[in-house]
Design a binder for this molecule. Sequence first.
Ligand code: GLC
Ligand code: CA
Length: 531
Amino acid sequence: MASMWWKEAVIYQIYPRSFQDTNADGVGDLEGIRRRLPYLKSLGVDAVWLSPFYKSPMRDFGYDVSDYCDVDPIFGTLEDFDLLLSEAHALGLKVLIDLVPNHTSSDHPWFLESRRDRSSPKRAWYVWADPAPDGGPPNNWQSFFGGPAWTLDEGSGQYYLHQFLPEQPDLNWRNPEVRKAIHEVMRFWLRRGVDGFRVDTLWLLAEDLLLRDEPGNPDWRPGMWDRGRHLHIHMEDQPETYAYVREMRFVLDEFSEPGRERVMVGEIYLPFPQLVRYSQAGCHLPFNFHLIFRGLPDWRAENLARIVEEYESLLTPWDWPNWVLGNHDQPRLASRLGEAQARVAAMLLFTLRGTPTWYYGDEIGLPNGEIPPEKVQDPAALRQKGRRGEHGLPPGRDPVRTPMPWDTSPYAGFSSVEPWLPLNPDWKTRNVAEMEKDPRSMLHLVRRLIALRKDQELLYGAYRTHRAEAGVYAYHRGEGWLVALNLTGKERGLELPKGGQVALSTHLDREEKVEGRLLLRPDEGVVVRLG
Ligand code: GLC
Ligand code: CA
C-alpha cells in the first residue's frame, strides 16, 4: 500500500463562524483560525477542513455562495486566507476548503443573469422547467429544508430547482460550461496552494433528465420532514455524477505531485454499495457517515462489527476507508453517547482502518448547545419547526455550531463581545484551558489517540473482528494490535489471544503488562500491543 498523506492524516473540521473571533463582531474569522494554528498542531492533527468562508448573503451561513473566488468580509480577505494557508503549511498542516458546486446563492451573478429571461445565455446554467398543467411545480420533488424543491420565477413563468433553500438554486451540471466554470474555481484555489476540497453534496450534482416524480416512501409518517415523503431515485446519486467526479479528479491531478496529492473529500449520504462507487470514480475520501447514522443510535458490539465488516468487505485494494462521528449538520457526539462513551467512540474512530475526520470541540466533549427560540438562526430549523429529520433527528443545526470555548476569560476567549450563538452552558469548566490542566481529560485522550495512530500497523494493518463477550467490541489491527471497547457501564473482560502491554486506556491511567484475561472497567476502551 503506497503511503499517501491523506491516508495517514487526521482531518479536523473547523466551522469558521465559531472557532475564534478577532475583530469583535461575535463571529469567528480567518485571522482567528490562523492564531489558533498552534492549538491544532498541539493536537497532532495533519489537515484542517474549513467550512465555507466565501462571499455569501449567509442565508445558509456560507453554503450559499455569491462569489466563489473571494472571502466574505465577515471572515476577512484573500490576504488573510493566503497568510493562514502559508502559516499552516509552515507548521506542516494541510488545508482543505469547502467547495459548494451543486448550487450558488440566488445573488450570484450567474443566477441573476440566468433568471433575466428565457433567452439569457446563462439560462441553461440552472435547472429551469415549465409548470405542471395545473400551474404547480413540475414534479413532486421536495427540498432538504422543507417545501417543494421548485420555486416559480414570476418574470419568466418557469420554475427553478433548488435541493435546499429557494435562495440556493441548483446549477445545471449537465451543462459543460457550468462544469468548466467550477473547474476554474478549483484551479483558482489550487493555484493559491490549497491541498484539496471537501465537496459539498457531491451525490446531488445530477438529477433525472426527464424530471420524473419520486416514488412514495412507505416509512414516512406525518410529522417527519418533507424530504422524507419520497425515496430518492431521481434526484440523488445519478450515474452521470461519477463522470463529474472523474473530471474533478483530473483537475486535482493537474496540481498533484508525489507526496503532495491534492485531495477530494466528498459529502455523500448513501448506503455502502453506492458510496464505494465514488472512490472508484476518483473521489479520494467519500465520506462514510455510517457510524453517525447506524452506529451511534445503536451502540452495540454486534451492530458496530456489522457496519465495519460490511464496509471493509466492499472496499477493493484501490479504495481507502474513512470514518467520522460528527460534523456541522449532526448532533454532538458527547450528547449522543454521554462523555464516558464518547471517549470510547474516539478510541474506535482513531483505531479503525481509514482516515478519521474530527469535528471541532468534540475533543473537549462539547455538548449540543441550548438555543433559546429567539436565537435560532439555522434556516433548516426555522423552516421545519418541530418536525423530525432523517432518522428521527431534530433538523436544527445551531446547537452543534456553538463557539469554541477556549478559557475562562469573558465569552470563553472566543470573542470580546457576545457571540453569534450562545456558549455551552458549562463553558467555565468545559473549555480548552481547563481540560489541558486535567491530565485525564478527553482532550488529552484525543491527543494520545492521534499520536498512537501514527504507528504503521495501526495505519495500514488489516482489520479483523475479535469475538468477545456481550457488550465488548474488540478487533485486531494487523498482527500487533488488539482494541477492546467496553460499550457498557459494567465491568467486562476479554480473553487475550496472547500476552501484551496496554498501550492506552480511555481512562488514561494504566499501561501495565497483560496476560490471560484483560479486565475492562465500566466505559473503558483499551488498546493492547500484543507480543
Ligand atoms: C451540505 C452542508 C450543509 C448545507 C447543505 C447545503 O449538506 O453540509 O451544511 O446546509 O449542504 O449546501
Ligand atoms: Ca469576526
